[in-house]
Design a protein around this ligand. Structure first.
Ligand SMILES: [Zn+2]
Length: 306
């Protein structure tokens, strides 16, 4: 699993990303150590339930990094990848909240944003289960990166969705974003997505609004799934197949209902985040929650910008 892959941008000193050169080194490492699983072999293993060896590459969030830097690397090496796109930004022309948080942290660092957040967030904005946890949070952290993780936890999990957007809007007005950051630069264009699919890349859904699915009603989960697939079908003149990847990932980020909805909507397989190989059991019994490693669990995969 990859997210941001790019050269370092000095204007975003705290922006967490995998450096493009590290990505290339990691591809070399995978080639040598494990080899890559071809698309044909992978799809066959989905059908037969018999695992194949080799690495499969997935890229989340539809960043323009993937078109600009990743795609050329894959093409040079004759590799394929699965690209999971959240479709909301194509309707709203706005950055998703999750990514606005990354931009704020990348530019100003965790400590500064955390300080600002302390003044903005009140306990009535938190979902009940998290109030006690919030009260006991200590803000006396050592590293900037610890603060960044804290900010993400508060904004992604503790705050109820009724308030989150407003809190992030407040933060954005306190720390005005760089005007050059537009959705057009941040995410791939629909034309770029189409081009990638035409060269054998698989395009998958990462929902519409990149929310924690388990926090949504079943109806809203269904909307996220249906609308994102419909949009991707339209812009690509038909997807190669339907595949989904849970925003945030982890077993707490989706429910049995989510898996059933995916199944009912013709989704062939979905990716979770769980550090282990795809085994025969997963292929036979749990295609809507295939495990996946983070790139930082392998050599050269450490993020920069902390
Ligand atoms: Zn994501």
């Amino acid at each position: 699993m990859y997210h941001y892959v790019r050269p370092t941008n000095p204007e975003l000193p705290y922006f967490r990303h995998l450096h493009l050169e590290d990505f290339k080194k990691q591809l070399d490492y995978f080639a040598e150590q494990y080899g890559f699983c071809s698309m044909v072999d992978f799809l066959r293993s989905i059908k037969t339930g018999i695992p194949k060896t080799g690495v499969i590459l997935t890229f989340d969030d539809g960043f323009s990094d993937h078109y600009q830097y990743v795609w050329p690397c894959l093409q040079e090496r004759g590799l394929w990848g699965i690209f999971y796109i959240p479709t909301g930004p194509y309707h709203s022309a706005k950055l998703l909240d999750a990514h606005r948080i990354h931009m704020l942290l990348g530019k100003h660092g965790g400590r500064m944003i955390c300080d600002a957040l302390k003044d903005i967030v009140s306990e009535d904005m938190l979902s009940h289960a998290h109030i006690v946890e919030f009260r006991t949070l200590t803000y006396s952290r050592q590293k900037n990166d610890d603060y960044s993780n804290l900010v993400k936890r508060i904004l992604n999990y503790y705050i109820s969705y009724d308030y989150r957007q407003r809190v992030i809007d407040d933060l954005m007005s306190m720390f005005p974003p760089d005007e050059r950051i537009s959705t057009g630069q941040f995410y791939m264009s629909t034309e770029e997505i189409r081009q990638m699919q035409a060269t054998g890349m698989i395009i998958g859904s990462h929902a519409v609004n990149h929310l924690v699915m388990s926090k949504l009603t079943t109806d809203n989960q269904e909307k996220e799934i249906k609308e994102s697939f419909n949009f991707l079908e339209q812009i690509t003149d038909g997807l190669t197949l339907r595949t989904f990847c849970y925003p945030y990932g982890g077993f707490y980020s989706f429910t049995e209902d989510t898996e059933k909805l995916l199944e009912d909507n013709g989704c062939l397989f979905s990716f979770n985040v769980e550090s282990r190989d795809i085994d025969a059991f997963s292929l036979k019994n749990r295609l809507q929650a295939l495990p996946r490693y983070d790139c930082n669990e392998f050599p050269y995969g450490s993020v920069r910008g902390q």
